[in-house]
Write a protein that binds this ligand. Structure first.
Ligand code: PLP
Length: 524
């Protein structure tokens, strides 16, 4: 397929530039004697991350558990989840570790360390953690001189359910640097913070096998990485206009662009209108504070060559406005309605996040592959599948143990404490009332046994509907009828509302008239 046959807007990835960018950083870090642990959050795609690993066995970094699950399923086991860990994430972290992932988390507080230990204990696991350090006041992390560093380290090392994996820092402030020299000194601060904190831990008899640093600008300009075991970088694979503004790359190195169609002109204003608004480009304005403001993106022709001084100066949801930088006119004769342009992104991660897939081009115009992205936090399809299975399992167990084996204890095990019976047949509408009904049924029909005729699961509503048939021999009083010894046929429909594996509500209809007719039928 050709680039000009694609529907716009769409995300285009130039594989040659991608491979070139990856090779350049690997070569640089090799010279500095340190491994690259690529950050999978920029690409969110296994093909790109495999290229970024460039054949090395090492691990990767991720920013969501969705990425961790996805990369693990594609064969990468060594993963740092590099966003401060929260208690709600521990279930999924534990599940990945049980499946064989060597997953580490990061944290910068005792509250997180304790929460991690509690969660890991519930799963009978040891979860490794790195202490996040603040090297530049940019975002999060323990300040290097804070005694908290050793406190957290000692807790992680001595608790039976955590392990101290090392230290990690990210010089995010490098994005705001004004010169290469400023990036170089931040790279030194990033390295020094990590190395000094590792030494502090070791001086306190604590292990620190991993000393991890990284951002694309500091990875590109660091001069000395001695004492560092790995560098994390993500944006370097694609680069973007922010990186070009920092002189971390050239405009020609940017591997990512948004393909857009010209949909109109505003002649008097000198505007060209395209179908790539902020839903295609993102709202990122990362170049606004740089020497050259690139608006919402730099405009290139279909081969990827910048056109004049044109940028996207305005972006609404599905419209982009192209004009000259500083409000100049953009209406040259070159572009007609239907013509295509490629827009370079301010921030590759942000623009990528607006798209479901990459159209991969080799050379100039041929689309050679389509690679998906794992955006978001949950794999809803699998989640739905998992939910569906759980709901079905609860309903089947309820029928099997409750209505085939007659185990009244199932009510305590499967009904939530605040269970509500919406059809209680005169009994209290709670767990006790429901159990009472079960005991009464089995004392009247000791061999009562129900079979599932139909079972429908609605994961969105968290409900299961069961249509059932049953039989039982009438051996005790039932609905005022003394035992008849008759074999009675039953049928009914139950709807169960199930949350987190427990039945919270039930609606049920029995064919009572049919039962009465069978009980009242004249003796043969
Ligand atoms: C913890 C962490 N490590 C590494 C990186 C990679 O940095 P960059 O995106 O500049 O390549 C990031 C990016 O946000 C990060 O948050």
């Amino acid at each position: 397929m050709k680039l000009n046959e694609l529907e716009t807007p769409c995300l285009v990835l130039d594989r040659e530039k991608l491979i070139r960018n990856i090779a350049a950083l690997h070569a640089r870090l090799k010279r500095l004697g340190v491994n690259l642990r690529p950050h999978g959050k920029t690409a969110k795609n296994i093909d790109v991350v495999r290229l970024a690993l460039a054949g090395q066995a090492g691990g990767i970094t991720v920013s969501t558990l969705r990425e961790a699950e996805y990369y693990f399923e594609h064969g990468i086991a060594d993963i740092i989840y590099a966003v401060g860990v929260a208690p709600t994430k521990i279930e999924r972290i534990a599940a990945l570790i049980k499946r064989g992932a060597r997953l580490s988390v990061i944290l910068d507080s005792m509250a997180q360390a304790r929460g991690l230990a509690d969660g890991a204990r519930k799963h009978h696991l040891v979860i490794p953690a790195l202490i996040e350090l603040d090297c530049d006041g940019h975002r999060s992390g323990v300040a290097p001189e804070d005694p908290l560093l050793v406190d957290i380290g000692r807790f992680l090392h001595t608790n039976r359910h955590t392990a101290l994996e090392g230290v990690l820092t990210h010089a995010g402030a490098s994005y705001n640097c004004r010169s290469i020299e400023a990036i170089r000194s931040l790279a030194a601060a990033e390295r020094n913070t990590a190395v000094q904190c590792a030494e502090t831990l070791r001086r306190n008899d604590l292990p620190c096998p991993t000393v991890s640093v990284g951002s694309t600008p500091t990875a590109r300009f660091a001069r000395d990485l001695s004492g560092i075991t790995e560098v994390r970088a993500g944006v370097f694979i694609f680069y973007d206009l922010v990186m070009a503004g920092l002189e971390v790359c050239g405009i020609d190195d940017i591997a990512l662009s948004v393909l857009a169609s010209v949909i109109g002109h505003q002649e008097k204003k000198g505007w060209i209108i395209t179908d790539a608004g902020w839903t295609a480009l993102s709202r990122d304005r990362g170049t606004a504070a740089q020497a050259i403001d690139q608006g919402y993106g730099r405009v290139c022709d279909i081969t990827g060559r910048p056109m004049n001084d044109w940028i996207v100066t305005g972006a609404s949801q599905e419209h982009g406005i192209i004009s000259g930088r500083s409000g100049g006119r953009a209406h040259g004769p070159q572009l007609k309605v239907g013509d295509l342009v490629r827009i370079l992104p301010n921030h590759a991660c942000a623009t990528g996040a607006m798209h479901e897939r990459y159209q991969v081009v080799d050379g100039v115009r041929d689309v050679v592959a389509v690679w998906p992205r794992v955006n978001g936090w949950q794999d809803w399809e699998t989640m739905n599948g998992a939910d569906r299975t759980l709901l079905q399992q609860v309903a089947e167990r309820w029928i099997f143990e409750g209505w085939q084996m007659g185990r009244a204890a199932i009510v305590d095990e499967l009904h939530a404490p605040d269970f509500v019976d919406h059809d209680p047949a005169g009994r209290p509408p709670d767990r006790n009332g429901f159990k009472q009904g079960m005991v009464e049924l089995y004392s009247a029909f000791p061999d009562f046994r129900a079979e599932i005729a139909d079972l429908a699961v609605d994961p969105d509503a968290q409900k299961v509907t069961v249509r059932w048939h049953g039989t039982g021999t009438h051996r005790g009083a039932f609905l005022g009828h003394p035992p008849t010894g008759r074999r009675i046929r039953f049928k009914g429909i139950e709807i169960l509302h199930i949350r987190q594996g427990l039945i919270t509500a039930r609606w049920g209809e029995w064919d009572g008239l049919d039962i009465l007719a069978q009980l009242n039928a004249p003796s043969p």
